[in-house]
Design a protein around this ligand. Structure first.
Ligand code: SF4
Length: 232
């Protein structure tokens, strides 16, 4: 538990990607008008949730005025509203909202993280930035490995970024499993331990949720299946 806490602290000091460091700090200087009175976090955003999580939710990267502002993954923006309403409905979160890092929110057996820990311009990290950040998530998943049994990936970009990370502990088939909403694959563990069940879901961004491409029922269905696979 201590080791994951240490990793979370260390990642917040990372400055390995000059473009992302400049962007996260620029966003914090300029701010969005609605948050003009706030001090933005403007640093890498660590994973959130218990060190003995059985289920992980993986996006792509923090949002400029969400995680980059509040310092917690999926906190303080419309994506967070949609995601936490579903997590609470299926019993994985203590509250249906995620507004501020000190709002008392708890996740049950679940950790939320991302393969890129800094907010990128246009929500698009470069391949080099994604590769720079990979060791952080590999380290995080290796520490979760004793209990982790299922992962839900939010969106195809996160899926592509996560597969090489998973290959550190689990066998990723070739050709690689294809992303789709509701797909699932069992990945055998490289050390002969418990396998990992990998699930795909459309991302909870407004682009998908405002258009009805992803509905609350669709997301809850994937979360329920993943929670069952994880033994939650
Ligand atoms: S994206 Fe990852 S590797 Fe790059 S600066 Fe942020 S934490 Fe460091």
């Amino acid at each position: 538990m201590r080791e994951l806490h240490d990793l979370d602290l260390r990642v917040t000091t990372c400055r390995a990607c000059p473009r992302l460091v400049a962007w996260r700090e620029e966003v914090a200087r300029v701010k969005r008008a609605a948050f003009a009175a706030e001090t933005y976090w403007a640093r890498p955003v660590p994973g959130f949730g218990p060190a003995d999580a059985r289920l992980a939710l993986v996006g792509l990267a923090p949002a400029a005025h969400g995680g980059n502002r509040t310092g917690r993954m999926f906190t303080g923006d419309p994506s967070a509203d949609f995601l936490y309403a579903a997590l609470h409905a299926v019993g994985l979160a203590s509250q249906p909202t995620s507004v501020r890092a000190d709002d008392g929110l708890e996740l049950y057996g679940t950790r939320i993280t991302a393969p890129v820990k800094c907010a990128p311009p246009d929500n698009k990290p470069t391949a080099e930035e994604r590769d720079n950040c990979r060791p952080w998530l590999i380290g995080e998943l290796e520490l979760l490995r004793p209990t982790l049994r299922a992962v839900v990936v939010l969106g195809g970009f996160g899926w592509q970024a996560l597969l090489p990370v998973l290959a550190a502990c689990w066998e990723v088939p070739r050709p690689a499993p294809k992303f789709g909403h509701g797909v699932s694959f069992e990945l055998p563990a490289l050390d002969g331990g418990a396998p990992l069940e990998l699930f795909g879901s459309y991302h909870v961004s407004p682009h998908n949720t405002y258009t009805g491409r992803l509905t609350p029922d669709m997301l809850q269905d994937v979360l329920r299946r993943a929670a069952r696979a994880a033994g939650l």
